[in-house]
Design a protein around this ligand. Structure first.
Ligand code: PEP
Ligand code: MN
Length: 349
């Protein structure tokens, strides 16, 4: 069964970070069910916390509350929840859960993913795989491949940001380029953004959601709670179902087809030809660096010259500013070009 269907409208998954009581479940889920744009309800029942001793979820009891609520609603609720062990998978199946996700602390570990994949074999489950905590696209791709190899056909990826040295003001650094790279490698995979765990605070949920839609994501997973400030987990980032509706009203969904106006076509032709020129110039620059490398090696000079590099960078930043180019962008670009240049200079004949 295919559950990740989005028909040009974003697939919206919403629900509490954790199921905390039968009442909290009901108070959160009922308003979400009347929001027609929400097609799946997320529920955390086993809660991986960084430190032990906190609230760690009601487990099977929470699943019992969910299945009771679902029965009352004529079994039309698509609940999904996180699984981290084969026993979790088995328990979810026992309570009629059709969709599960693998969390960031699990997708980082190929052994665990392998065990989960084996437990999912032949289950008919739809599976979402969150990006691993570490910014490593291969690990994320590998986790998805393990699930696909177990015969699960309905698979989605969830981008929830990465744990890095500097998270750039987010709870988890978005590093959008990694999600874009995953989509480039696996274009058929439904790509969902979890702005809640990237943001870590309510204010950033809306702009992050819009960025995700602008970047061709297929859906959003957003944490909602009837009384977010009282939430036992992730209270800073959960929003009420009413706020969710307001955000969804304001978001601009984007078309996913690639055809545009004649004007767009012309601009793209221009970009393609500029990209060609950039490569030509880079190649010229690298060949000059090769020559420099030969001279430095012949005279036993160190390849990296801090003073010279400082001057080059300063000049480029000033020149970039004059040309309307962002300083961070110029720094990153020049650092990358410089490290390639040094690598080539060090090559032996
Ligand atoms: C969650 O979705 O509640 C969760 C624990 O997320 P993550 O695995 O992204 O940290
Ligand atoms: Mn959470």
């Amino acid at each position: 069964m295919k559950r990740f269907i989005h028909n040009n409208m974003p697939l919206i998954i919403a629900g509490p970070c954790s199921v905390e009581s039968e009442k909290q479940l009901r108070d959160t889920v009922m308003p979400l069910l009347s929001e027609r744009r929400v097609s799946m309800i997320r529920c955390g029942v086993w809660k991986p916390r960084t430190r032990p001793g906190g609230f760690e979820g009601y487990g099977e009891e929470a699943l019992r509350w969910m299945s009771r609520l679902n029965e009352e609603m004529g079994n039309r609720v698509e609940f999904c929840c996180e699984v981290a062990t084969p026993l979790h998978v088995e328990t979810c199946l026992k309570y009629g859960i059709g969709t599960v996700w693998i969390g960031a602390r699990t997708s980082v570990n190929p052994f665990l993913v392998g065990e989960l994949a084996a437990a999912m074999q032949g289950s008919g489950l739809s599976v979402m795989v969150k990006n691993p905590m570490t910014p490593d696209v291969s690990l994320w791709l590998g986790a998805i491949e393990r699930i696909l190899h177990a015969g699960i056909e309905d698979v989605a990826a969830i981008h929830r940001g990465f744990s890095t040295y500097n998270n750039q003001g987010y709870r988890n650094n978005p590093l959008w380029e990694i999600a874009i790279e995953l989509k480039r490698e696996m274009p058929e995979t439904t790509m969902i953004c979890d702005p809640s765990h990237i943001a870590g605070c309510r204010d950033l949920i809306e702009p992050l959601s819009q960025t995700a839609l602008d970047l061709h994501f297929d859906g959003l997973m957003i944490e909602c709670h009837a009384s977010p400030n009282q939430a036992l987990t992730d209270c800073q980032q959960q929003i009420t179902p009413t706020t969710l509706t307001q955000i969804l009203d304001r978001l601009q969904p984007r078309r996913h087809d690639e055809t545009g106006s004649r004007e767009l076509e012309l601009l793209r032709e221009q970009i393609d030809s500029i990209d060609g020129e950039i490569l030509g110039l880079l190649s010229k620059r690298m060949h000059a660096a090769d020559e420099i490398g030969r001279i430095k090696q012949a005279s036993n000079m160190s390849l990296y010259q801090p003073q010279r590099w400082k001057k080059v960078m300063e000049r480029q930043i000033i020149e970039g500013e004059r040309l309307g180019l962002d300083e961070d962008f110029i720094k990153e670009l020049m650092e990358r070009i410089h490290s390639e240049s040094i690598k080539r200079q060090g090559r032996k004949e």
